[in-house]
Design a protein around this ligand. Structure first.
Ligand SMILES: Nc1ncnc2c1ncn2[C@@H]1O[C@H](COP(=O)(O)OP(=O)(O)OP(=O)(O)O)[C@@H](O)[C@H]1O
Length: 229
């Protein structure tokens, strides 16, 4: 459902994603793993249309996205959760989630979202800025899901979050995938989370894939060695 072919992204003369080729199957959860500065955020931002590709092709549901602007990628079914839990602090939880519902549709928050994230139902009238980091991460996930994406791009969702909540987020993502058939591409450095959530693990170094394997047969030590500084 998403195919990158010889996909490259550069900041001026500085090439950050170098001819990457990758295909995601519908309903698959793929983790992109790599040390700081290897290009994970650049890849995610480029896929959602915030940074143009410098070479190669990107196909989504059989159509090239290279010339398609970001807002239209979202309308076509891509959702993006950027690094850093960007909630609207002075809006309530409920108002934050509603901003994720695409215009033209009903502004009622679907009940199933609160079933995945009961803490958001409990705190729905609270200011988002007063939630804990883990609760804010659940909020940005719920906000992205409110747009009913077919593909969810998640950039380092566990950053600064306590281990019990990281486990909970992995469980919820798999439940949502199973129930809604969502496809997920997630960038990460926390291997325990990757092993909980992903079907397939891709390791990138300097903007290219250097290793990949299915999670069930994954050699965790080998993947960890790529993350070692
Ligand atoms: N706006 C920019 N202009 C120029 N270079 C940039 C820009 N943003 C990122 N870079 C560079 O691109 C490379 C990849 O950065 P990127 O943020 O994509 O990596 P990352 O794998 O997401 O790292 P982290 O885990 O620290 O978020 C780095 O060398 C970074 O310095």
């Amino acid at each position: 459902m998403l195919t990158l072919s010889d996909y490259s992204v550069a900041y001026g003369q500085s090439q950050v994603i170098n001819g990457m080729s990758l295909s995601l199957q519908p309903g698959e959860i793929v983790a992109v793993v790599g040390r700081n500065g290897m290009g994970k955020t650049t890849l995610m931002k480029s896929l959602i249309g915030m940074i143009p590709a410098s070479r190669g092709d990107l196909q989504f549901d059989g159509q090239s996205l290279v010339a398609v602007p970001g807002y239209e990628r979202v309308q076509r079914g891509m959702g993006f959760v950027p690094q850093g839990r960007m909630v609207f602090s002075s809006m309530t939880v409920e108002e934050n989630i509603k901003t994720g519902i695409h215009s033209g549709k009903s502004l009622t928050i679907p009940e199933y979202l609160y079933e995945y994230f009961p803490v958001l139902r409990e705190f729905r009238k609270r200011m988002a800025g007063n939630l804990s980091g883990g609760q804010q991460q659940q909020l940005v996930l719920a906000r992205a899901l409110a747009g009913k994406p077919k593909l969810l791009l998640l950039d380092e969702p566990t950053e600064g979050i306590q281990p019990s909540i990281i486990k909970e987020i992995a469980k919820i993502l798999r439940q949502i995938r199973d129930a809604e058939g969502l496809t997920i591409l997630v960038s990460e450095q926390v291997l325990s989370f990757v092993m909980d959530v992903a079907d397939r693990i891709i390791v990138i170094e300097k903007g290219n894939i250097v290793h990949q394997e299915d999670r069930l047969s994954a050699d965790v030590k080998k993947i960890a060695s790529y993350l070692a500084v």
